[in-house]
Each structure stands twice: as structure tokens, then as C-alpha cells.
Design a protein around this ligand. Structure first.
Ligand code: AMP
Ligand code: GLY
Length: 414
């Protein structure tokens, strides 16, 4: 079986390695890939989308796995292009991926299908936004498009709200687009991953990510500074509530709206005092949650994705260990506002944990930084305590100039 994974980060390395470890022993290919991924998968010699699709067709790829989100909505969408070529794709069609690409589309979907979520109003400009906020703080402002996790601002007061409105509507930091003004919700956050195949689904191992840069949830929002995953993270009772009020109605809603979906679907939830509510959908695995979850996966992920992509859902092919898994991210100097490349990484040989490369390059001197998030260092254990102690101890062995790492991953919010 030939599998092509699309993406280049730590999430895609975790997917590639887990797919490669499948008992059916698939051949792995990746685009655009990375030096770290190239140890497990052959990098596809293609420049751009058209060449990639052509290469997959010419090389008779059996399965395309969309790791990252942008390929789902770029051009006609990778799943749509694969469908036209007869290549099974694990990752949804462009029309369905609007659940992630447009916050307004997602909010309308949630309300139409009566899935619990915060109230919100869509606005097109500065003054309309100020009117929609109506002096109610805290308020949550969400740019209506893909913004690499940076398009959301939780604003405690008018000063911070107006600063973000200026960035969006005057400086146009994310380009043209509308915005949602959303009700502020409270409670612990949880990431639930579904594998969706038409009208069927499997809920995978839940996880929690840490979005703020610094300890104690201080500092700016990032793509994620760490994660903890375990089947024990959510009680059976809460998971049942999430399944009944959120996951099952979402899958039914996709069917009712004629939105084809075969792939991972990430439910970003808040466990509010009124019950679980959807904060966002992502049409892919979370990053860094994927790096924490994949080491717990047992079974044959490659056949699971291939059969799912063909519409032949086989949930019995995969399962998750009862262990805990903790992921610590090392980010480069300046992240998330900027990033720093070329800093030499030390300690990788001493590190006994699994290391996924989010943004690195291999040079004659060794591995160097090449991105905002640089490394994901992941350890498992039979208890939360064992997993987090190991993850932090192993992450502490790895360093580079200006490195940033949270020391409270899997300690806070547990
Ligand atoms: P998102 O990119 O939509 O996941 O939002 C980023 C972060 O903003 C979330 O992980 C939450 O911490 C926070 N957030 C988003 N929506 C809300 C909300 N309605 N109420 C409170 N916090 C929110
Ligand atoms: N960890 C958050 C995300 O992948 O969007």
C-alpha cells in the first residue's frame, strides 16, 4: 500500500510514523515533508499542488492522508481533486472543510443543527463590531478565515477589543474578511477527535492542549505549547454527553446538509457549567495533540484510513492504550510573533523520549531550528504523574539559543 501524507510538521511526522508502523507495512510518501520526515517517508518530488496530484496519479498512490488544513481548501481542495482522479483521500471535501475555514459557516452549522455553542453575531466592519459587542466584556472576537490559530482574541475590555478590531479591519493583518463577535464561555477546554466516515464515526483518544505561550496560561495564544492525552482525561459520563449532544448531531448534520466527510474531525470544546459547548471545528488532527495521541494508538491505522477513505468504515482496526501521554513543545526565540531559524539544537541524542520535529532542518553541523514551534518531545506512562515527569525531564535535555518551553504542561488544568 502506498500512502502520501500532506504536511510537514510534528503532526505529520507522528502520522507518518504511526502509519508506517501499521502491520500492513505501507510505503510512505510525504509532501512537502521535512528532513525529519524523510527518515521514514520518501519526499514527493513535486512543486505545488498540480504536480503533487499528477505524481500521486502517476505513482498509483493508494491513499492520500491530509495532515494539515490548508490543502483541504486550496484551489478545488485536495479531497475533491483526489476524488476526480480516483485516489481515496482521508480528509474531507472542500465544501465540508468550510467547518474549519469559515467560523461563520461553522457557527451557522452549529445553530442550524442545535449543537451547543456560544451565541455569536457576524460583522463586516469596525463600527458594526463595536455595536455587536454592546459594551459587554469579556468578549471573544474571531476572524472568519484560516489564521494559523492567531485569528481569535479573548478581550477583557474595550481597549484590547479595539486593538484587535484595528488589526483585523484597518491593518488587515489576516487579509479581507468578516468577524464573529462571540459570547465568552468559561470552563476547562478539551480536544475531542472523531474519525468520520459518512454517517459513521469513532471517537478517538481525547486530549488537552495548552495554547498560551507561558506558564500559568500567560502570554499570547500560540499554535499550542504542549498537550496531554489519555482515555482517562474525560469521564465516561461526560464523554457520553459529548457524543450525544455534539459528535452524533454533527455527523447527522453533515449528512443532512449533503457535506461529504471522510477524515479526522477535531471538536474544540469547552466544558461549561451548562455542559460541553463547541468552540471550534478543525477538519484534521490537532497539533500538538496528534504528537501526544499517536504514540497511544494500537492497531492498523493505515488500513483504517484506507478503508475509511473508500467508505468502508472499520472502527475495530484501531484502539488506544490506557496510558497517559504528555507532549512538551520547544519553540524558537520570538515565537509566536516571529520565529528564529538556524539555531543549533543540542541534546537530541541524550533525549530518551520520542521527538517529533515541528520546524527543523538538518545541516552539516546537526539539526537547527527552522520555524516557530521547533520540537515536540513526548513521553508515555501508566499514570499522569509518570508521563509528565518523563516528558519534562526528557525535554529539559534538549536546548537551543532562545528556546521557549512551558514547565506546567500536564500540571495545570488537570
Ligand atoms: P479557537 O482558535 O477558536 O480555538 O480559539 C482559541 C482559543 O480562544 C480557545 O482555545 C479558547 O481558549 C479561546 N476561546 C475561543 N472561543 C471562546 C469563547 N467563546 N469563550 C472563551 N474563550 C474562547
Ligand atoms: N492544537 C490546536 C490546533 O491544532 O488547532
Amino acid at each position: 500500500m502506498k500512502i502520501a501524507v500532506i504536511g510537514k510538521g510534528g503532526r505529520e511526522q507522528a502520522l507518518v510514523e504511526t502509519l508506517a508502523a501499521s502491520p500492513c507495512k505501507p510505503e510512505l510518501y510525504c509532501h512537502p515533508g521535512s528532513d525529519a520526515i524523510a527518515r521514514t517517508a520518501s519526499i514527493i518530488p513535486a512543486k505545488g499542488f498540480d504536480e503533487l496530484l499528477q505524481w500521486m496519479a502517476d505513482n498509483k498512490v493508494d491513499l492520500c492522508v491530509a495532515g494539515e488544513e490548508s490543502c483541504l481548501v486550496k484551489g478545488e481542495g485536495i479531497a475533491n481533486r483526489c476524488a476526480a482522479l480516483g485516489i481515496p483521500c482521508w480528509g474531507p471535501r472542500k465544501e465540508s472543510a468550510q467547518l474549519e475555514a469559515s467560523k461563520e459557516f461553522a457557527k451557522e452549522f452549529l445553530l442550524r443543527h442545535r449543537i451547543p455553542t456560544g451565541m455569536a453575531k457576524a460583522v463586516a466592519g469596525y463600527d458594526e463590531a463595536v455595536a455587536a459587542i454592546g459594551g459587554q466584556y469579556p468578549t471573544v472576537l474571531k476572524f472568519d478565515g484560516l489564521a494559523a490559530g492567531k485569528g481569535v482574541a479573548v478581550c477583557p475590555d474595550a481597549v484590547s477589543a479595539e486593538a484587535f478590531l484595528k488589526e483585523v479591519f484597518i491593518d488587515k493583518r489576516f487579509g479581507e474578511g468578516r468577524m464573529l463577535v462571540e459570547e465568552f464561555l468559561t470552563g476547562p477546554e478539551i480536544s475531542i477527535f472523531g474519525a468520520i466516515c459518512d454517517d459513521k464515526y469513532l471517537i478517538l483518544c481525547p486530549a488537552r492542549d495548552y495554547k498560551r505561550l507561558q506558564d500559568g496560561d500567560a502570554g499570547p495564544n500560540t499554535g499550542g505549547m504542549g498537550a496531554v492525552a489519555s482515555r482517562q482525561l474525560v469521564s465516561a459520563e461526560v464523554l457520553k454527553q459529548i457524543e450525544e449532544t455534539i459528535v452524533a448531531p454533527t455527523v447527522k448534520g453533515l449528512q443532512q446538509d449533503g457535506l461529504p466527510y471522510r477524515g479526522f474531525l477535531y471538536f474544540g470544546l469547552m466544558l461549561t457549567p451548562q455542559g460541553p459547548k463547541v468552540i471550534e471545528y478543525n477538519c484534521r488532527f490537532g497539533d500538538p495533540e496528534c504528537e501526544a495521541v499517536m504514540p497511544l494508538l494500537r492497531g492498523d491505522l493505515a488500513t483504517f484510513c484506507l478503508e475509511g477513505a473508500k467508505g468502508n468504515f472499520q472502527p475495530g482496526l484501531i484502539d488506544f492504550a490506557d496510558d497517559w501521554s504528555v507532549c512538551c513543545i520547544l519553540a524558537s526565540a520570538g515565537y509566536p510573533a516571529s520565529s528564529h531559524s538556524g539555531d543549533l539544537i543540542s541534546g537530541l541524542n541524550e533525549c530518551a523520549a520520542r521527538v517529533f520535529h515541528c520546524g527543523t532542518k538538518k545541516t552539516a553541523d546537526g539539526w537547527v531550528t527552522a520555524g516557530g514551534r521547533v520540537l515536540a518531545i513526548v513521553a508515555q506512562g501508566p499514570t499522569l504523574e509518570a508521563a509528565r515527569t518523563a516528558a519534562h525531564a526528557e525535554a529539559a535535555k534538549v536546548d537551543f539559543p532562545g528556546s521557549q518551553r512551558r514547565s506546567d504542561i500536564a500540571y495545570k488544568n488537570m
